[in-house]
Design a protein around this ligand. Structure first.
Ligand SMILES: *Cc1c(COP(=O)(O)O)cnc(C)c1O
Length: 430
């Protein structure tokens, strides 16, 4: 390979100078977007070593530069982001996925097989509910739903076949809070007489809180999953997901991702790594301050039935929230999500009023956007019963803790007085 003119000009269009001196990653302040699906191998032996190392990634010291082979196996942008996410959550390792749902299927995929059982809290994000209810029965994996706000309920449902205990805290959409410490203690009792292969593993979806507000691994859970699409990404430009846990699971998570294929695009890993995660703390702090004021405003409004916000002393789970939702310095960090419902003489009337308020907001409110998703710079508002949780049949919604009149808000970075003014105006209309 040389730079002489033995080769024709159209071939030069492909290879250029062949060896360029412009390739100096070590001095970039911001890592470049890596956009290579495949990687040049200097020798066949390097390729063979790369494949053999992939099978035992957990044993290779972090200080050794990896041998990249193919994007689906690993590439720099995802792996820098993974290091930073593991640090944020106090985990040993992180493996990213194409979306929150592919991360959830990834961790459940490595922990279960046909014949196993999953125990889950009754209130779950709609697609997680659908995964467990509509797909896993096909693979002979059964899910038992319980009210995990009382960890004693575990006594009735854990069997020899239980492999996973799965929950969100705060739960999507109603913000119910599970006492992580109490659940970990209960599961440790159950696991005492089980060998490693049969132990119940705890998986927590920490999307609502983000690592800024809560780090379940510090309480002893086995795995944390996130939708990076939400507050960690932060700007609403890219989808992503991550599983964080012990280093010994890195191999099998990477093998699962390789074969099931839900890889995070390097072009999506990049903005999450460069913009999202570095600004998480400042965004969350501002959103918490805003959410506190919005929750207080809603709680005193005569047309509002109830407000669930972990920062309100009147909230049923306030004490548990105070214990486990804390920032990196131990300060109370109750997050940016609010769930509330309007008064009505019946659930139907409450639901109708919610719908009317939402449609008014969609047309008239400058600082409230009717949209699903959450954790963006803009305040988003939605009606879970007919939007994010519509996969759950209406009669089951109430059982799963989803109020037909419930409205979910994700508070953004606006001036909070503007958000409150728009809410006040919308509440006047109904
Ligand atoms: C959005 C969300 C998910 C799914 O994440 P995607 O990135 O949309 O696949 C999972 N759990 C919770 C709590 C969510 O809010």
């Amino acid at each position: 390979m040389s730079n002489n003119n033995k080769y024709s000009r159209e071939t030069h269009l492909i290879y250029g100078k062949a060896f360029t001196t412009k390739w100096d990653y070590n001095h970039h302040v911001v890592p470049p977007i890596s956009s290579s699906t495949t990687f040049r191998l200097d020798t066949v032996e390097r390729g063979a070593l790369g494949f053999s190392e992939f099978e035992r990634i957990a044993e290779i010291p972090d200080t050794e530069p990896p041998i990249y082979i193919y994007d689906r196996l690993g590439e720099p942008n995802k792996e820098i982001l993974e290091e930073n996410l593991a640090t944020a959550e106090s985990g040993e390792t992180a493996v990213t996925f194409a979306s929150g749902m592919s991360a959830i299927s990834g961790v459940l995929g490595i922990l279960t097989k046909s014949g196993d059982e999953i125990v889950a809290h009754k209130t779950l994000y709609g697609c997680t509910f659908s995964l467990l209810n509509n797909w896993y029965p096909r693979y002979n994996i059964k899910t038992i739903k319980i009210d995990l706000t009382n960890p004693e309920n575990l006594n009735d449902v854990i069997t020899e076949k239980t492999r996973v205990l799965y929950f969100e805290t705060p739960a999507n959409p109603n913000l119910e809070i599970i006492d992580i410490e109490a659940v970990v203690k209960k599961v440790a009792e159950i696991n005492k007489n089980r060998d490693e292969a049969n132990r119940v593993k705890i998986v927590v979806d920490n999307t609502f809180a983000t690592p800024y507000c809560q780090r379940p691994i510090e309480w002893g859970v086995d795995f944390v999953v996130h939708s990076l699409t939400k507050n960690i990404g932060g700007f609403g430009t890219d989808m992503g997901g991550v599983v964080i846990g012990k280093r010994k699971y890195r191999d099998i998570l990477m093998l699962y991702r390789k074969d099931f294929g839900g890889v995070l695009s390097s072009k999506s890993a990049w903005p999450i790594m460069v913009y999202g995660l570095p600004s998480l703390a400042v965004r969350m702090q501002r959103e918490i301050n805003n959410a506190m004021k919005v929750a207080e405003f809603l709680a005193q409004h005569p047309k509002v039935q109830f407000v669930n916000y972990p920062g309100l002393p009147s909230f049923k789970y306030y004490e548990i929230a105070r214990k486990q939702m804390i920032d990196f310095h131990g300060n109370f960090a109750p997050g940016n999500m609010i769930y509330f419902a309007l008064k009505g003489n019946s659930p139907e009337e409450g639901r109708e009023k919610g719908r009317a308020m939402m449609n008014y907001i969609a047309q008239n409110a400058y600082t409230l956007t009717l949209a699903v998703s959450l954790g963006h710079v803009r305040t988003l508002i939605e009606h879970p019963g007919s939007m994010t949780h519509s996969m759950i049949p209406p009669d089951e919604q109430i059982k799963e803790g989803i109020d037909p009149a419930g409205i979910r808000m994700s508070i953004g970075l606006e001036n909070v007085e503007d958000i409150i003014r728009d809410l006040e105006d919308a509440l006047k209309q109904i």
